[in-house]
Ligand binder design. Sequence first.
Ligand code: GLU
Length: 488
Amino acid sequence: MSDTPVRVRFAPSPTGSDAGSLHVGGARTALFNWLFARQTGGAFVLRIEDTDVKRSTIASEDSLMDGLRWLGLDWDEGPDIGGPCGPYRQSERLYLYHETAQALMERGLAYPCFCREEDLEAKRERAMAEGRPPRYDGACARIDPPVAAMRAESEPHSVRFRVPEREVQVPDLLRGEVVFGVEAVGDFILLRPDGMPVYNFACVVDDAAMEITHVLRGEDHLPNSLRQVLLYEALGLPVPVLVHVSMILGADRTKLSKRHGALSIDHYRAQGYPPEALINYLALLGWNPGDGREAMSREELVAAFSLERLVRSPAIFDPDKLDWLAGLKIRQAGPEALLEASRRYLPDETDARRLRMIAAVIDHLRCAADLPEELQLLRGERPELTPEAQRWLENRELLQLVTNLLAQPLYGDGAAAAGLPAGALTADEFTRAVKEAGRDLDLKGKRLFMPLRVALTGVDQGPELAAIAEILGREEVLARLRYSTQEG
Ligand code: GLU
């Protein structure tokens, strides 16, 4: 690799729905570019490609930036902070595209095209019906240049690139040279009649002007890269290193969509997923560190990332794996990180009790949105008993014995040590009472724990029972045990 400092960019089109414009695929592209920039000490540029005037909105642009910020993908240059290669919104760079198109026309490498959209459309349809590729037939390419230039003064026209009649090789870091035949592409438009550039043209002008060294984007952009390579060659500019990252597919191997549970980044944010989980998960879609590691911190990802370890085969989006990583990150961050989110669900508790309640259920969480369901066991009404759960309550002798043991604290007062008021039930006391009851009645395993679990929570699975008992407190535990003894 040369010594030129790395400059990469993320170049989204702000045409998504206003809430949640950044999707899983875009976020992954942004992440790979960001990781590469951070690892190499290069620059990560944010460029807004808003030349589709009808579909671009400021709200979508804001939402994209918001999503990137939430993921912690900070940019070094961009529309909001400026930088040496600004402006960073394509709608503010139109003069550059016009200048470049003019230069290409002067060299005979582009020409004005006066074909009307409806005629082009009719020709396209005919070609398709006859099984030919719908390429431009070159009608305006043959107009004498001085005549064309004169007509262009008064007639509406687009500007078209004159595609050379030869094979084109698109260098791709992962695939080697991808060869496109002469027929692959016809003369294509650079500027539309309204003066707006098409994506491929604006992209090349900007990547060159912004001195972008590496372009990492989805494999679906390969046909665009073909056009872009032609433009670099015509402009006498070096082609950046092109890296086409694999597509992301659903489990059924079709293109990823909402159906597969893959959504906008905002969705995960609203659910309270930790951004670290998304970063970790997205990094593994089309890349791996090569040593079997999966759970990785942001810093570890930056250190381990390499273009060489990007994989060519499609990545399969697996929501369960994302949830697994989310659970892991939640446990790593600890209960404190969820305190704020828990206030909504536990309005009447103290922070100390909230933290204990979160600690009791944290092993079962993927995101903050899971909190209310998990916390439900720890507050208020017990859920309705299912017939299977009911079955566990038949051993009244056990429930009675534990009730008696807990009614008068027998094991000294460990409450102070556990940071609880004097006389409070501790997890430790509860465990010892259960053990004693088990010894007395010769019960262990499920036959010992299930009746107590169902009596206290109403369901046959959940967080550690002693932790639940401590949170419920002596009075509530006794009330639930007594109630279940009558029910059983
Ligand atoms: N605006 C283009 C897109 O969102 C950028 C593609 C590229 O990275 O060149 O697809």
